[in-house]
Write a protein that binds this ligand. Structure first.
Ligand code: 8DG
Ligand code: MN
Ligand code: MN
Length: 368
């Protein structure tokens, strides 16, 4: 039959950092449903079930063939009862009634809308939902509602921010950021991380890692003139502190969750270009774009690069692998060997994988 000869299910690692996952997903039908289920559990703050579906999605993204029978998933890791039920349903009916129920669920629909606003997470959504709010229109209409500075910016630039960022826009912004950073730090290294580094053609934001060799002095690296909104978080990293053991570790780098104003002249409207001359100045010739800027000390650059390149699942599994298979602790700053009681230095991503005893996985193979 259509079996891929070299593929042995029981050889598939439970850790996505031991798998090579490109963007060529043969099982989107399944993984989309899993991701809906996972998101619903995230909204319910049920981390265990959320991760169960995310791990299963990640395994199916790695499979070199589309699943068509239950036999295809035999021996694969991360296929719990809930997951198998969903797969069976999709094989039989072409879609999952459970995923459909979630999509039609009032609470899910509201949380989905609320969290689409920059600065609104599960906690805020929960609060708004408890207040009886159901749609963004209702939130906007309630003038007494207290919004953070970030959320105000999120509503102000909402339409631009929900429309995704293209690769071309990412490249344009990259030039702007590089130019701005290099005017006061000519030796600075600016790298696109996140989804674009993994080869994605669209994203919800653009992630940048900025470092420069030599003694650190971050302070003025974040250029103001370009930014519509900027929430600067100062570095809280303390030298010699042990890496964080949290599964979804935030890091202590100086960073900036920003909204950048990208000028992009609109294509001319040829049908009527004389009578509307007056309006030309009114036409919005820019797009608001979400940008994450992360400043890292040079000696932590490789760790920050691995962490910020993602995917989220890949990063989670790397840390889980380090903890459970190597008795090491990994975060975005460092790798600590608990047996030898030493920090393992790394100047490149390859060295980090080598410290962990892992085969190197290229960025475009980290789409777990
Ligand atoms: P997308 O923007 O195209 O939707 O996807 P992405 O680029 O993979 O996701 P992201 O949300 O922009 O995050 C990029 C990576 O950065 C992801 O693997 C998680 C990682 N990351 C950290 N620390 C933090 C943090 O403090 N906030 C966020 N949002 N992401 C972080 O390592
Ligand atoms: Mn991103
Ligand atoms: Mn980001």
């Amino acid at each position: 039959e259509s079996e891929v000869p070299s593929f042995i299910a029981s050889n598939v690692s439970q850790y996505s950092c031991q798998r090579k996952t490109t963007l060529n997903n043969h099982n989107k039908k399944f993984t989309d449903a899993f991701e809906i289920m996972a998101e619903n559990y995230e909204f319910k703050e049920n981390e265990v079930f959320c991760l169960e579906f995310l791990r299963a999605a990640s395994v199916l993204k790695f499979l070199p063939f589309p699943v068509t029978r239950m036999k295809d998933i035999q021996g694969l890791p991360c296929m719990g009862v809930q997951v198998r039920d969903l797969i069976e349903e999709i094989i039989e009916d072409g879609e999952s009634s459970r995923a459909r129920d979630v999509l039609n669920d009032e609470r899910y629909k509201s949380f989905k809308q609320f969290t689409s606003v920059f600065g609104v997470g599960v906690k805020t959504s929960e609060k708004w939902y408890r207040m009886g709010l159901r749609t963004l229109e209702e939130v906007k209409a309630l003038k007494t509602l207290k919004l953070s500075k970030m959320q105000k910016a999120g509503f102000l630039y909402y339409e631009d921010l929900v429309s995704c960022v293209s690769k071309a826009e990412a490249d344009a912004v990259s030039l702007i950021v590089k130019k701005a950073v290099c005017t006061f730090r000519p030796d600075a290294l600016v790298t696109i991380t996140g989804g674009f580094r993994r080869g994605k053609k669209i994203g919800h934001d653009i992630d940048f890692l900025i470092t420069s060799p030599g003694p650190r002095e971050d302070a003025e690296l974040l250029h103001k003139g370009l930014l519509l909104y900027c929430d600067i978080i100062e570095s809280t990293f303390v030298k010699e502190q042990l890496p964080s053991r949290q599964v979804d570790a935030m890091d202590n780098f100086q960073k900036c969750f920003a909204i950048l104003k990208l000028y992009q002249p609109r294509a001319e409207n040829n049908s009527d270009n004389t009578s509307k001359n007056f309006d030309v100045a009114e036409v919005k010739d820019w797009k608001a774009i979400r940008v994450d800027l992360v400043i890292t000390p040079f000696e932590q650059y490789a760790y920050a690069l691995v962490g910020w390149t993602g995917s989220r699942q890949f990063g989670r599994d790397l840390r889980r692998y380090a903890t459970h298979e190597k008795k090491m602790i990994l975060d975005n700053h460092a790798l600590y060997d608990r047996r030898k009681k030493v920090f393992l230095k790394a100047g490149s991503e390859e060295e980090i994988f080598a410290h962990l005893g892992l085969d190197y996985v290229e960025p475009w193979e980290r789409n777990a």
